[in-house]
Design a protein around this ligand. Sequence first.
Ligand code: HEM
Length: 741
Amino acid sequence: ERIHARRRLPGYVKSLPGPRGLPIIGSVHELPEKNSWLKFHEWGQKYGPIYQVNLAGTNHVWIMRDKIARDLLTKRSAIYSDRPFIPALEQDNRTSGQYLPLMSRNEKWVRQRKFAKQIMDVSEKASFYGYPELESVRLLFELMTEPSKYNVAMESFIARVTSRLAWGTPMPSDELKQRARELLIGVSPGGALGNKLPFLMSLPERLTSPKAWEARRSRTERKFFETMQAEVQEDIDIKRKPTSSKIPRPVASRPKPSWMRMFLERKKSWGFGSDLEGAFAVGMHGIAGALTIAAPMQSFCLALCHYPQYQPILHEEIDRVLGDRMPTFDDMEKMPVLRAFIRETLRWRPPVPTGIPHELIQDDMYEGYHIPAGSVMHPLEWSISRDPEVFLEPDQWNPMRWLEAKYPTYQEPLSKYPTITQYSQFGYGRRTCQGMAVTEADLFVGLGSVAWLFSMAKPETKDAVAETETDVKAGITPRIEPTLHGEVKSCGESTRNLSRYSKAFTSLSADERSFFEQNAERIKRQSRRYSGMPLDLAFVESETPPQLTPPQVSNADSPVRGLIATFENGSPTPPASPDDNDTRHKPSASALRLAAGRMTFHRNDSAISLPGEFRGFTTDPATALPSPPLIPAAETSSRPSALRNPSPTVSTKTDRPGSPSRKPPSASVDDPTMNFSTLLIAKPLPFNFNLCIRNQARAELVAQKWVELKMQGEFEASRVFWGGGKDTKGDAEFGWGEVFA
Ligand code: HEM
């Protein structure tokens, strides 16, 4: 059919390029099980920024550039806003009215989208009722007590905030997480078997396990949404009952604000066909929020561990703006660095790397290329976020691209930008995501709280220590990795490892040395001015590495600062004084050493030149630092490194459809930061890293707040809905299906 259609095209019209594939199955066999978006990215580099692939008889069009996605999905949204059919779901996703993001553009979609806009706007105006702030206390407490379960803690944080928003209570959060996981399997091309072999869904339930699995998923979901709706209604009824007393009810005994409450209180105005439609409209938003936002939270940890040189910059902002209180939604304006870290994390590891597909409802032409009706259009977010014209060194996690004017992505005013609102990751045209504001609030408060209390680091391996020692003997400047260690309650424990770093001091290259000699005083002045843990930069005067012992560091009021102070003197001292005339630590020109625990000294390492270049930090232009010299990669280390910045690959050439793009440096599956789950939402699989409490007083404050809130009944445990068994599988009718990564 397709071949015939092509033959019928007039001579001046071309078909989009793409892999030829095999008869019937097309290119299905070429897709990897893991990280399929890398394959689509690779095809894009071969065939151009828009290309097509036949997957089992359906024409899929992949778009790799934001401009093309806007030209088609936004500007021609009248014909590009439908959704493809998902075979593995029990009911037709386009017409059932159950899932707003998966519906065709019909009247149910119109009224539910209107409802979605209203509930989001109202809750945003009320700062999401302070739910993210409330749950961030629990998040920090969980991370302190069980850091190895960080991924569970982060997913719970998001699910609990979303449950509160949806139904006013965090109690159903575990069930919500499970509902979200199961639906994710149902809709992912690489998830339920029914999506790979659709004919299975036409057989009777008792003959095929994928169909039985889906039937139970669908029953349980409906029952769950109806139960929650009924409970909110009951709560409203009880708490609204007139009392004989004239004294108004205390706030605590009024119904909690929630999207369901909004639905129930203005039922008629929404024009829904039934209460069930309302139950799904709210439940769907719960599901949409339950896992999506946890993915970037986990990627944030991955980024901070692999790019530790930027952590001090975030800590500086947090300490300056927040001091000893946790972040709130209202701090957003004052914290561009935190927003930049979040924005960059979403760019670097997009939570939905393949995008959510649109379907084209009539034949179309784009730049001389024919796109047939029925094509499934994918804005390939992985590639859009890696456009080398826009993002220099796109595979590097570099938050400075949002904060320094030298990058094309920089935008002012910094009180507003960077922001994730209207970012391509949230889709295009009439189907854009409704949850941008709540995502931004959750990430800002959640990740801001985490960075307020903790620093993060990759754990050291024996190999790493051995490698460092070998490098030192061979006279190579080692990559200095983070020093903080242990699944820790206090940084004091990290001191075990300090001897390793004392061995790691080696001579700087001639270029590095002269840069630091010229700027030593200024660097020191600045690092004190922006005190706290400014740049993790320190100089030692002696050729002999300081001998460090654990108790010396644990006495310092700030662990990291203490660490630096110890490095500076080779003996325990209080943190550096803010007095610029203090000459105790003046570096001798002959023996400058970079002894920063967290400083990875690489070519283009903007952490070093930061205070001079980033306006947010600099008030006095006289103190601005010149950029550090470029150090040839070979001089920094002889080892291959996932962290080393490749040379920029910018060109002024514009990509055209059909013309192969230049190959930017790309992340590969061997990259340790590419270990992701295989479903539509990409989240990093759990990995080992160390969380270190930055400040004991803050930890105590969190513990105290946690106790208070717990006593007020805020942190009730999650409720078990089905069966009550350990695995909550319940009986055959309702319960949890098996889920996989
Ligand atoms: C990191 C978090 C999130 C990401 C990356 C994300 C991404 C997306 C994407 C790509 C789409 C499809 C847009 C298109 O078709 O062009 C979408 C749609 C949608 N999202 Fe989100 N989303 C996130 C969080 C949320 C949250 C928290 C909610 C609600 C609580 C939400 C609600 C929705 C809804 C209702 C739609 C459907 C819009 C429609 O089809 O008309 N999303 N989202």
